[in-house]
Design a protein. Structure first.
Length: 267
């Protein structure tokens, strides 16, 4: 079993919602990623979502596209990302880590080799934006053998029937993408999120995470009132983009953002 169920159970017992920040591994430089992961945990992160840099990140808006470009300038590969998780685990054996990316790098490495390496390093979950559940059976089998959860996305346009099918294939948690569009787009419609999360819960007992469009403490608190996890990506990565040559500054800004979200969510 991955670390995710125990993490969500402990949060539920404490009447808290998971705070899940996203960064792209290797952005803006491979040397800063592991320290930033530890800093985010200290600031209140419950689960870490680590992006695998990819040259064609189709679900991402400009902020995370540029983060991928910055990481790829340093030739950050899937193997490097797994090594970062392994390094993180030398000091933190508790915080769940979810890798998020696209199918191509995993296909190239091979499902079995990837799952074994990721499992050995201490990865808990995987999100592949462009892998539909109909095509996921071979990979899911390898992930299960290594106690890694396959986390699927649900969209505002997902039909009720398909929602049920996706929830059956998922483990760890299900991830509701709260906006039509790419990461960092538009403003959050909280009423619509409430309605969709309630609908998702009729199909699964898994925790429900909500991401896309959460920018600040207020939007995090609004989503935390209905979801089991609040995922924040572009707002975090933007702090890196604005201070790309000042590691200390962007780390401090990210930690301040997460601490403010954690406080608002807990209230």
């Amino acid at each position: 079993m991955s670390r995710l169920p125990a993490c969500f159970d402990a949060l539920k017992a404490a009447n808290k919602t998971a705070l899940v920040p996203f960064i792209t591994a290797g952005d803006p430089h491979p040397s800063v990623t592991v320290k930033l992961m530890h800093d985010m945990v200290k600031a209140g992160a419950s689960v870490l979502e680590l992006g695998i840099p990819f040259s064609d990140p189709m679900a991402e808006g400009p902020v995370i596209q540029l983060a991928c470009e910055r990481a790829l300038k340093h030739n950050v590969s899937l193997t490097n990302v797994i090594s970062m998780v392994k390094e993180f685990r030398t000091q933190d054996t508790q915080t769940p880590i979810v890798l998020m990316g696209y199918t191509n790098p995993v296909e190239v490495m091979g499902y079995e080799k990837f799952a074994n390496a990721a499992g050995d390093a201490g990865v808990d979950g995987l999100i592949l934006v462009d892998l539909p559940p109909e095509e996921g059976a071979d990979l899911i089998k390898e992930l299960k053998a290594n106690s890694i959860d396959m986390i699927f996305l649900l969209a505002p346009t997902t039909t009720d029937e398909r929602m049920g099918f996706i929830c059956e294939q998922a483990s760890g948690f299900v991830y509701y993408v709260s906006l039509k569009g790419v990461t960092g787009a538009a403003n959050l419609d909280v009423d619509s999120v409430v309605e969709k999360v309630n609908q998702i819960r009729t199909h699964t007992s898994l925790p429900v995470g909500v991401g896309f469009g959460i920018r600040d403490a207020q939007s995090a608190a609004q989503v935390a009132a209905v979801a089991d996890a609040v995922v924040v990506g572009s707002a975090v990565v933007n702090r890196i983009a604005e201070n790309v040559n000042d590691t200390e500054k962007f780390s401090q800004q990210i930690c301040e953002l997460l601490a403010s979200m954690r406080e608002a969510m807990d209230q």
